[in-house]
Design a protein around this ligand. Sequence first.
Ligand code: ZN
Length: 447
Amino acid sequence: MLIPDCSDNTVEELLDLEQEQPSGQRKSARKTKQILKAYRYRLYPNQEQETLLKKHFGCVRHVYNWALGLKIDHYEQTKKSLSLSDIARQLVAKKKNPEFLWLNEVNSQSLQSALRNLDSAFQGFFKHKRGYPKFKSKRNPQQSFQCPQHVTVDFEQEYLNLPKIKEIKTTFHRTFEGQIKTVTIKRTPCGHYYASVLVDETQHSVAPVVQEITPENTLGLDLGLNHFLIDSDGHKIDNPGFLKNSLDRLKAEQKIFARKQENSKARAQQKTKVARLHEKVKNQRKDFNHQRTAELVKKHHTAFVVEDLNIKGMVKNRKLARTINDVGWGQFILFLSYKCERVGKTVHKIGRYEPTSKVCSCCGYKRETMPLSVREWQCPSCQQLHDRDINAGRNIRKIGLADMLGLSICVKSTSEAIVAGATASAKGLQVAEDGSQEAPTRIALAI
Ligand SMILES: [Zn+2]
């Protein structure tokens, strides 16, 4: 099984494609569903190729900004919007203008992609309430362009061939079979070049069979700050704190950068050094998340339950913002979800306001308060001693199972915790403690 090194954007593209199908039809459409995978490779262009790549970035940015300007002017004058085909026609004329003949030096399809990207930026603004499209700056350290067709790979010679730029040295750490859809070339702030290759593998892969969800094969995952991950079986993974480890060095390098003279060569070099450090932290985090999710997917469990975290909201807490961004929970859940989907396993998200820490996972007793400082506690009702995080992991698993298997759980904030025992036994699940369905006081789901 190939686990491609997905860049965030391409994964989002994949998810968008999947979301287009109404959920009711997903299972039946699975057989014919297009299977797209993204592979990201590092490029090592020679000087001549690098000049050509830079030309592509420049021309694509120019066309994007020119088209955005056209659209804005046209709207101001006529109060009507300018269509994509109108702009494409004007682009053909512009390329014949002696002043802009240099636009012909680059791949014409990459220029058309810029127009399509602008069009989707406007659609995002009108339909999905995203920000108004902005002009792209030459100074933006990250630059990119797309090649929608005529890209080939030579795995043996390790070359990537783009229209107008042949034989770019590439490290193909993974091969693929299938039709190349779109290739996006990116330059990162520290000056590295990458190609994200989107491949249609529908003809070469078999759609996975959805694996059965059972209580024994369901694992609850609690994501935290002290520990990166705690599962309902009691395993803990430490928070690697990549940014925290590099923070002192980053601060020192940033200080040096601030002292360098404006517009000097030394300042530009120092800027690259800082960017390289940031990129290192980003890659370490990504690598860590890929490894942890791959380990989980290999386990015998067929379903994983996670909390639907409000990361954007949590980051507003200034004291915790840096730590929360550093752990990369969002990326972890994204990687876990797409890896599970490929093998027919399930990732279930439970509501973000479910009480997972305050409730005893054995008897359902709910504490009134649960300050963050409490790491261990004893349930006053059933006397069970709890590790705060493992207890939360177990509750996450329980709530997930209740959602997925159609059960309902209700918890009362007294020692007389009531759990829907009747529905549980109807589903063939054990009912714990006194096991009576008639008197549902102090019954917990033994799942
Ligand atoms: Zn208890």
